[in-house]
Design a protein around this ligand. Structure first.
Ligand code: SIN
Length: 303
């Protein structure tokens, strides 16, 4: 019998597998497919202060071992998330969630987090300073250590819940950004968001996605994510939620050896809605294969 429990800032979850924001809706959409209570938790679709329609279509481009998305933070806004989405979820999911928050100004991040702070269903605020698909805000806050620290500090002021800053890989030095967030009070780091990418249609000679560029995710980015988690683990003391191309239980172990306490699964959910369930089911056998009895013992084990 193996132990798959992990602890994120005092919040113990049954296993480290969390569907990534934007790839699992508000969770209840999946309840007809399987009992989602097997998940460690999940990260809700990125929530902004006001409703957003998102980017023009097409928003998706297929790639080798991944895809590009340019959704543009489509969501109904924080009021509707609190009034409708979280109560719907509560009917089918008896665990707490990670609330992913985006914004276009520091004030907007703070207001959205303050609203979600009141929700007992929310265990952790995952503050997305790394969306590559919007033209102001989003990634702009996550590519500069000073701006990243300012968002962190502003959010910490309005909440007592743990704050995890979600970082962009589209930077020269992700360690500097992670350290700036930690120094500003972040309780954890979520990493990595998507890599800025582009596909061009040969016939039309135009970009495949209407917004020209988008975020590349999927198994192709896994080695980049492992490398970045490894580097950040050496530089910060706070827990890391690792993500980027995870699609198997072996990937989970590798990401944890790099330094992740928990992991998020993103693009794999879009290929197979049962991806997280399958990873959770196969995790104990893979742990046994590598002689791991207590999963949390391997965090940072590659260092
Ligand atoms: C999106 O909605 O555009 C994706 C969110 C993100 O990549 O942060």
């Amino acid at each position: 019998m193996v132990n798959t429990k992990v602890n994120l800032s005092g919040w113990e979850i049954d296993n480290p597998v969390i569907p990534a924001s934007g790839t699992f809706g508000y969770g209840y959409e999946f309840a007809d497919i399987y009992d989602i209570n097997c998940l460690g938790s999940f990260s809700i679709k990125g929530t902004t202060l006001s409703p957003r329609f998102g980017n023009p279509t097409p928003r998706i481009a297929e790639c080798q071992r991944g895809l590009i998305n340019s959704v543009g933070l489509q969501n109904p806004g924080v009021e509707a998330v609190i009034a409708h989405e979280l109560p719907e979820l509560k009917k089918v999911f008896n665990k707490k969630v990670v609330a992913n928050v985006s914004g276009f100004s520091i004030e907007e991040y703070a207001k959205t987090c303050a609203a979600l702070d009141k929700e007992e269903q929310v265990a952790i605020l995952e503050v997305n300073i790394s969306c590559p698909n919007v033209h102001n805000g989003g990634m702009a806050f996550g590519t500069d250590p000073i701006a990243a620290a300012e968002v962190t500090a502003a959010v910490k002021e309005v909440t007592t819940k743990p704050v995890y800053m979600k970082l962009s890989p589209n930077v020269t030095d992700i360690v500097a950004i992670a350290k700036a967030c930690e120094e500003a009070g972040a309780d954890g780091i979520s990493m990595i968001n998507t890599l800025l990418g582009m596909r061009i249609d040969l016939g039309s000679r135009k970009s495949v996605v209407a917004n020209k560029m988008g975020g590349f995710s999927g198994p192709a980015i896994f080695p980049v994510a492992v490398r970045m988690v490894y580097q950040v683990y050496e530089a910060v003391k706070v827990p890391i939620i690792g993500m980027g191309g995870i699609s198997t239980a072996e990937d989970v172990i590798e990401m944890m050896l790099a330094g992740a306490t928990a992991i998020e699964v993103g693009a794999a959910n879009l290929v197979d809605p049962c991806a997280c369930k399958d990873i959770i089911t196969s995790l104990p056998a893979v742990m046994e294969k590598y002689k791991i009895k207590i999963l949390s013992d391997i965090i940072g084990g590659a260092h």
